[in-house]
Write a protein that binds this ligand. Structure first.
Ligand SMILES: C[S@@+](CC[C@H](N)C(=O)[O-])C[C@H]1O[C@@H](n2cnc3c(N)ncnc32)[C@H](O)[C@@H]1O
Length: 339
């Protein structure tokens, strides 16, 4: 039986707007899915067999997914795309191809590295995908995965019209993903991006240059707004650190490979968010908007933002913990906190 017929691939777009197969291995026949109990036990016949086997071994090793993929099978497909030079959303027919011994060996090496080191795959292959764009990363940058990708695709409708010459600031740009994706999809925007990490900024520079966006995205080393003087923006976007101290201690091993400064944000996870909220009024135009991801600190942020007029955004493709607040509401919040 043709291997391809064994698959019932379904697709979804992840938070980054990236298409991944989901549960595609469910239709796998038993013989194929049980042949590979240990690494390199025997040569695999097809990519379909290898991905199913790899997924099973990753699940057995209790790996954590969430740094670009949501499950073991998607992770195996990403490994395959990397090793075989396939597009990340490769078509199902590619699963029917036979693996050469060198390709099989490379895949096995990558799989074993992933299992033994617990490093997120993005660090092992040196890149990640965000909003359909490729970003080079290493352990100095958070791996892009923000649901803000979906908002970029949608153009932040109905809140803003990104098809206008607006000034935008990305605070805590990391590898530059949010700033670059905004510039890529919305050519009229002029974008500044800052980060406190010089090492992350170096990656942002590389990524912005690779996408030929150097004339549209200006990168600055800065502690939040500090190096920006009196510059004001129509939109300030930030995916800041927001992991509460207690949660930092409980993160799966994969997170420990990411820079702690990109994750940790004090007792309630809002150390950086509070600063952003209170300092933003001096850097927003009248009517300007502040868009912040707070992830798991949402409950604490809801208390902070109660009755402020902030809006919690909804996502079609998964994700939560992102709010939007305008300059007037931000100013009122700051003034109330100072009173
Ligand atoms: C959660 S990561 C987000 C990275 C990227 N924007 C993304 O979405 O993948 C937070 C980023 O904020 C940066 N950061 C932390 N504190 C900062 C500060 N006070 N000023 C500027 N950037 C900061 C970190 O270095 C890190 O790159």
């Amino acid at each position: 039986m043709d291997q391809i017929q064994l698959f019932t691939a379904r697709y979804q777009r992840d938070a980054a707007g990236f298409r991944w197969r989901i549960a595609a291995a469910r239709g796998m026949n038993k013989a194929a899915s049980t042949s590979f109990g240990s690494p390199a036990a025997m040569p695999v016949v097809s990519l379909a067999e290898w991905t199913a086997s790899a997924a099973r071994r990753m699940d057995a090793a209790d790996l954590f997914f969430g740094h670009g993929t949501a499950n073991a099978f998607d992770e195996a497909c990403w490994m395959a795309a990397h090793v075989l030079g396939l597009p990340p959303d490769f078509e199902d027919f590619a699963l029917g191809q036979s693996l050469t011994q060198p390709a099989f060996d490379d895949l096995e090496r990558l799989l074993i590295q992933r299992i033994e080191t617990r490093k997120p795959l993005a660090y092992l292959v040196g890149h990640a995908w965000f909003a359909g764009l490729r970003f080079e990363v290493d352990e100095h940058t958070l791996i892009p995965r923000s649901p803000i990708a979906e908002l970029i695709h949608q153009g932040l409708q109905p809140w803003l019209d990104l098809d206008r010459p607006l000034k935008v600031l990305d605070v805590g740009t990391g590898c530059g993903c949010i700033a670059a994706a905004l510039a890529w999809y919305w050519p009229k925007l002029a974008i500044d991006a800052v980060d406190i990490s010089a090492a992350a900024l170096a990656w942002a520079e590389r990524n912005v240059a690779a996408l030929e966006l150097g004339d549209r995205v200006a990168l600055t080393h800065s502690d939040l707004f500090e190096a920006l003087g009196t510059r004001r923006y129509d939109l300030i976007v930030s995916n800041p650190p927001y992991v509460p101290e207690r949660s930092m201690l409980e993160l799966p091993p994969e997170y420990r490979h990411e820079p702690a400064a990109a994750l940790a944000a004090g007792a309630d996870g809002l150390d950086v968010v509070r600063r952003l909220l209170f300092e933003a009024p001096e850097h927003l135009t009248a009517g300007g908007l502040l868009l912040i991801e707070v992830g798991e600190a949402q409950a604490a942020a809801e208390l902070l933002l109660a009755d402020s007029g902030a809006v919690w955004l909804e996502f079609e493709h998964g994700g939560e913990g992102v709010f939007l607040i305008d300059r007037a509401a931000c100013t009122a919040l700051r003034d109330a906190a100072r009173a």
